[in-house]
Ligand binder design. Structure first.
Ligand code: ZN
Length: 174
């Protein structure tokens, strides 16, 4: 049996204890953008946040791209979240190759040269990368100026978050 089939079987059992109050409209208070890495899956518990209060936006590498901005605009403008947290982490898989290396490998393995994705958003320094994501979020005209945008690095060894100072005049990673 595949893991999906096992999950479906488990769902049929677990749904018996489902809290029907979850069916109400969502009222998240904060938006979090973080990596799809499974090591980040427990981050809400480590932050003492209730799942219902958080609009979780995840992608590989904690990238503020067209799609995560789309989600953040909806989150703040439609759902009413008041703060944005960007949580990158050390040891991200996106630091283990460059876009060019991965593209070359995929072209070689597949024999195909597709036009998309245009970028994989690999990076080397999680702090600089987080600064770049803060700037991209902060400068978007549809993210209201009164919504704080703060960035953090999650230490996968300790479970601690450290804040990335948004400033940094030398941090142009574009
Ligand atoms: Zn990652």
């Amino acid at each position: 049996m595949s893991m999906i089939d096992e999950a479906l079987a488990a769902n049929a059992v677990a749904a018996a204890d489902y809290d029907a109050s979850h069916a109400g409209p969502p009222k998240p208070k904060i938006a979090i953008v973080t990596c799809a890495d499974p090591r980040l899956s427990g981050v809400l518990r480590l932050l003492g946040l209730d799942e219902a209060d958080v609009d979780m936006i995840r992608n590989v590498g904690t990238v503020i791209d067209d799609d995560s901005i789309r989600s953040l605009v909806i989150s703040t403008r439609v759902l009413g979240t008041k703060e944005i947290m960007i949580i990158n982490h050390d040891g991200c898989g996106m630091t283990t190759f460059t876009d060019t290396e991965l593209e070359s490998r995929l072209r070689s393995e597949s024999g195909e040269w597709p036009i998309a994705p245009a970028r994989f958003y690999s990076f080397t320094d999680p702090v600089e990368n987080t600064r770049e994501q803060i700037r991209k979020t902060r400068s978007h005209p549809w993210i209201a100026a009164d919504v704080p945008v703060r960035g953090f690095i999650f230490d996968v060894s300790t479970g601690l978050l450290s804040e990335v100072v948004a400033d940094g005049t030398t941090a142009d990673a574009g």
